[in-house]
Ligand binder design. Sequence first.
Ligand SMILES: C[S@@+](CC[C@H](N)C(=O)[O-])C[C@H]1O[C@@H](n2cnc3c(N)ncnc32)[C@H](O)[C@@H]1O
Length: 277
Amino acid sequence: MEPSSIISQMFRQLPKPVLWQRSKEPFWDDEHISKGMLEAHLNPDWDAASRKQSFIDSSVKWLTSLIPAGSKILDLGCGPGLYTRQLSAAGYDVTGMDYSRRSIAYAREQDSKTKYIYHNYLEMDEIEVYDVITLIYCDYAALIPEERKLLLSKVHRALKPNGLFIFDVFTEQTCRGKEEHTSWSYYDKGGFWSEQPHLCLDAEYYYENNTVKLDENIVITENDLRIYLIWNTLYTKETLLKEVTPFGFEMHSIYDDVCGSPYTGQVDTLCPVLRKC
Ligand SMILES: C[S@@+](CC[C@H](N)C(=O)[O-])C[C@H]1O[C@@H](n2cnc3c(N)ncnc32)[C@H](O)[C@@H]1O
């Protein structure tokens, strides 16, 4: 039998993960994966771990037009500091928080103005410290519902009165008409997921009328099998507002993206600016 048909048979045996099942494998802070991830962050022409440099530049330009001078900003999931470095250079008092050791180490090397903290943002405990908190590149929606609730309460607590929470999410447009599918690849010299030769079984699944997407990556090496589950909730302005308002936020303004493009609701992303009330 051809390897491809054996693998197709294997796929048919695999159950679709239960909604909101969490992977046990470290992802962002994994010693090997974080190496490839940092390369992806730093590629200025690739919309992978971070957006392209041209987008980041316009984003910072917009953020500086919105955020009053002298503000204290916290960037959650700051990665290697592509936004924080520019925001500090613009004169703000900036803190970046991330739990990739490799990204934080790189950020610190490049930028001594920003304060960088290696920490899980779901465990932050500050009270009324920041004027603005950002979370950029759709990471809010990669959290499962209990984590999103926890994050909203932590962000609310860490903001000063009337402070702003600025983030972006993917919209339902992203997955309209998309269907579940599977694929596989073999990396005989190692690759993104492992430095050892590995077989990667990839599946894209949808839940809740295509408003939740799961990317499942099963990575099989000679001695190991790891399953990575990456969730993404897809929003509309209405579903997002309904979710955040019980946590003490009101909509300050809304945009199509984190560059401040006027809101149309017709594109792949949505960027709310929430005010703590
Ligand atoms: C898609 S990247 C975006 C990085 C950065 N915001 C950018 O756009 O360049 C997501 C980042 O969030 C970090 N991250 C994910 N979950 C986190 C958590 N619970 N606490 C702290 N950082 C987290 C990852 O390590 C990664 O650097």
